[in-house]
Design a protein around this ligand. Structure first.
Ligand SMILES: Nc1ncnc2c1ncn2[C@@H]1O[C@H](COP(=O)(O)OP(=O)(O)OP(=O)(O)O)[C@@H](O)[C@H]1O
Ligand SMILES: [Mg+2]
Length: 425
């Protein structure tokens, strides 16, 4: 029998190298692999499937931290993609998720997934104590707990007072949290009300260290006490002023904190997001249990000021050591340039935050944001061009050094993604 060779014959084609390179097959992105939850199709691989999970990406060495940033204009599909990621990774991989939800739009997802919901509102019945040290924090010892509590309260007060604390305020705050942390070892954690009481009536030891009388020392922190009053007895009364009375079910898939009651008050929202983030961070930092995700929707409210951004960054740094992936959702990339006191944009804090966020999911940005996209995220000019033209539900994914353009798919049963119901009715 003679073998017949059927040679592939293609017509001769002549082209310039400039054009021919676009047809070179080996230039196509290889994709990120199949580990993780299926999210849609990668148009850079000719429509191949795209799967992602922050912990799988970390494990396989694609990224060196598990944090994720979603950015894009309103209505482009950031929350919908985050919800699908949560729904699928919690459902399939058993992740535990805690969501700070400023718009109250995660309640349908909570229903679908069986997440507990806590509604926090002024004068309401649910309360969280942002000074809770959490399960792992308690093991760190009182001095470290006191230091962390002082950092949180300094950020809260800075946000109320619109300035950094004076050296005296800073010292009294630090001595007070340390005093309370040492006094409450093996007892219930102190509350913001306890802190205000100590700052209003400093101990003799604090007065001695400040080389003044206790009464004069108390007078010099009047403004800080006024700032704490905002959380204790004025506009946010009842939300953060006592011991936590919210139970956490670790056997379930997670928790949604509904903050929609303060969504329309910008200054209040920043304080509430900060206090909530601190509480969640302490809650999630535990040595055991499933991998956890902390989702901050509308995170621009924390990034608007340098002080709050810096606090957020310090929380994120801790995340990796406790197996927590932080997910932040913002609108414009310029949100990442937090405002310094003189009103000038400073990229320093956001650069640190970005360095700790190696998965960036970029939805359409308006043309005035494209320069920021290039400089903050190191995009190529082609990527920046693509960013300005993405349609709803499609995003440029940068996962470590890998790039994908993903068209996200929403399943028929994933109705919890729909935030247009009111527009459509
Ligand atoms: N991939 C997609 N396919 C179909 N519809 C989508 C897709 N992504 C988002 N949508 C729809 O678009 C609408 C807006 O999406 P989403 O709420 O996620 O926007 P967003 O970017 O979070 O907006 P905002 O910044 O205002 O919060 C929703 O009703 C959602 O169901
Ligand atoms: Mg949204």
């Amino acid at each position: 029998m003679t073998a017949v060779l059927h040679r592939l014959r293609v017509p001769r084609h002549r082209s310039t190298t400039a054009h021919l390179c676009s047809a070179y097959p080996f230039l196509a992105e290889g994709g990120l692999g199949s580990a993780g939850a299926y999210l849609g199709t990668n148009v850079l691989t000719g429509g191949g499937g795209f799967a992602y999970d922050p912990f799988e990406a970390y494990r396989s060495g694609l990224v060196t931290n598990p944090n994720v940033l979603f950015a894009g204009e309103p209505g482009t599909g950031k929350s919908a993609t985050a919800k699908c990621l949560i729904y699928r990774t919690c459902g399939v991989f058993g992740r535990w998720v805690a969501i700070a939800d400023p718009k109250g739009e995660y309640l349908p997802l909570a229903d679908a997934l069986g997440l507990s919901v806590v509604k926090l509102h002024p004068g309401g019945s649910s309360r969280i104590n942002p000074l809770d040290p959490g399960p792992a924090g308690a093991a760190d010892g009182p001095d470290e707990i006191g230091r962390r509590q002082a950092a949180l309260v300094a950020a809260l007060l800075g946000s109320v007072l619109h300035r950094d604390l004076t050296p005296v305020e800073d010292a009294v705050l630090g001595w007070s949290t340390l005093h309370l942390a040492r006094a409450t070892v093996n007892a219930d954690p102190p509350t913001l009300a306890d802190l205000a009481a100590v700052m209003a009536d400093p101990t003799d030891d604090m007065a001695r260290r400040a080389r003044t009388s206790a009464a004069d020392l108390a007078r010099s922190v009047d403004a800080a006490l006024y700032g704490l009053g905002k959380l204790l007895d004025r506009s946010l009364r009842g939300m953060f002023d006592g011991p936590t009375n919210v139970g956490v079910d670790w056997s379930g898939p997670g928790l949604v904190l509904d903050l929609s009651a303060v969504h329309h008050e910008r200054e209040a929202l920043t304080l509430v997001m900060l206090a909530t983030t601190a509480w969640l961070q302490a809650l999630l930092a535990r040595p055991d249990g499933p991998p956890r995700m902390q989702v901050l929707d509308e995170a621009w409210s924390l990034l608007a000021e340098e002080r709050t951004s810096r606090y957020l960054q310090s929380c994120w740094k801790l995340g990796r050591s406790y197996g927590v992936a932080n997910v932040a959702i913002v609108h414009r990339l310029s949100d990442l340039r937090s405002q310094a006191d003189d009103g000038t944009a400073t990229a320093k804090v956001s650069m640190g935050l970005l360095a700790d966020t190696q998965t960036r999911v970029l939805f359409r940005q308006s043309s005035d944001q494209l320069d920021d996209a290039r400089s903050l995220l190191g995009l190529t000019s082609t990527e920046a061009l693509v960013l300005g033209r993405l349609c709803r539900g499609r995003a440029l994914w940068k996962v470590g050094g890998h790039t994908a353009i993903v068209q996200h798919g929403i399943g028929r049963s994933e109705r919890f993604c729909d935030t247009d119901a009111r527009m459509a009715s």
